[in-house]
Ligand binder design. Structure first.
Ligand SMILES: [Zn+2]
Length: 299
């Protein structure tokens, strides 16, 4: 999962004020604790960039970086005149890179994220050769459901025309969407309701479950994100109900092969968190829930 070639990408969709930023910060808190080696790597990058906080010898928690959509290419990916500096994607190494208002980021910038997402590193050109910075991140992105933010909201009226909404969503459709593991709808929760619900699970409790699921995967031989396609059906063995749910989902959602594989891996992870050897209909249904955009907008 973490030393993996593949990274997890999550997209949250919800109206303004639904707590997307708060949730994104929480992701860094439920990831496994930094190992010493990971902490050293992250610290080094911060040192090179000159942003290590004064008096801090080594970073103890996973970085959380949230650049604004007006950031330059060099600011996000790295580079600049003179000796190239690591960008936000490298400062987020071993942690979370949060891109709020994803459709507002220039398309070129998103395209440039492809290399770090696939290789876990960024290679920058310089006058006398190239320079590589690590960039193994969990990418968490967020967007409104439409430009005004209130499409599908029960409490406020959306003022966008279908054409405007389509153009807005089209900015992140296609290849980028295919690379995203989970699209999650984050509805606006009335403040009172939020208070009434109490604390739920604490980040520390969730982290324990995450670490246990990771251990299960280690003994299986692969982290779920690393399972090669040829072993996917073996290691993500479905029970009968799971098979039927998968068949239905693929048909209804018209999934690409890549999206299908990602969904199976997510279902495997949900089953691991549930201490279940087989992937059942319940786990698969939850993974389907995590592909909101396929379900609601593009099918
Ligand atoms: Zn709207």
């Amino acid at each position: 999962m973490w030393e993996a070639e593949t990274v997890y990408i999550i997209l949250m969709i919800g109206p303004p004020g639904s707590g997307k930023t708060m949730l994104a910060k929480r992701f860094a808190g439920i990831l496994p604790k930094l190992t010493f080696r990971e902490a050293l790597e992250a610290t080094q990058i911060h040192g090179v960039a000159g942003v290590l906080p004064a008096g801090i010898g080594i970073l103890h928690s996973r970085p959380f970086r949230a650049p604004h959509h007006t950031i330059s290419d060099a600011g996000l990916i790295g580079g600049g005149s003179g000796s190239p500096r690591p960008g936000e994607v490298s400062l987020a190494h071993q942690g979370v890179l949060f891109l709020d208002e994803l459709p507002e980021f220039p398309r070129g910038v998103l395209e440039q994220l492809r290399q770090p997402l696939e290789e876990g590193s960024v290679t920058l050109a310089r006058s006398n050769g190239t320079l590589t910075f690590p960039a193994r991140i969990m990418l968490v992105a967020a967007m409104n459901p439409c430009p005004c933010g209130f499409y599908g909201d029960n409490t406020r009226e959306c003022r966008c025309t279908p054409g405007i909404i389509q153009r807005y969503l089209a900015k992140i459709s296609g290849p980028l969407l295919d690379r995203i593991d989970m699209h999650i709808e984050v509805p606006a929760v009335p403040y009172k309701e939020l208070r009434a619900k109490g604390e739920g699970h604490s980040s520390a409790q969730i982290r324990e479950r995450v670490e246990a699921a990771r251990e299960t995967q280690r003994t299986r031989g692969f982290y779920n994100s690393q399972i090669p396609p040829s072993l996917l059906r073996t290691l993500c063995a479905l029970d009968d109900g799971g098979e039927r749910t998968l068949e239905m989902a693929v048909r209804r959602m018209n999934l690409s092969a890549r999206a299908h594989d990602r969904m199976l891996r997510v279902a495997r992870t949900i089953a691991d968190l549930d201490h279940s050897e087989a992937v059942s209909a319940k786990h698969l249904a939850e993974a389907v829930q995590c592909r909101n955009l396929d379900r609601n907008y593009w099918s």
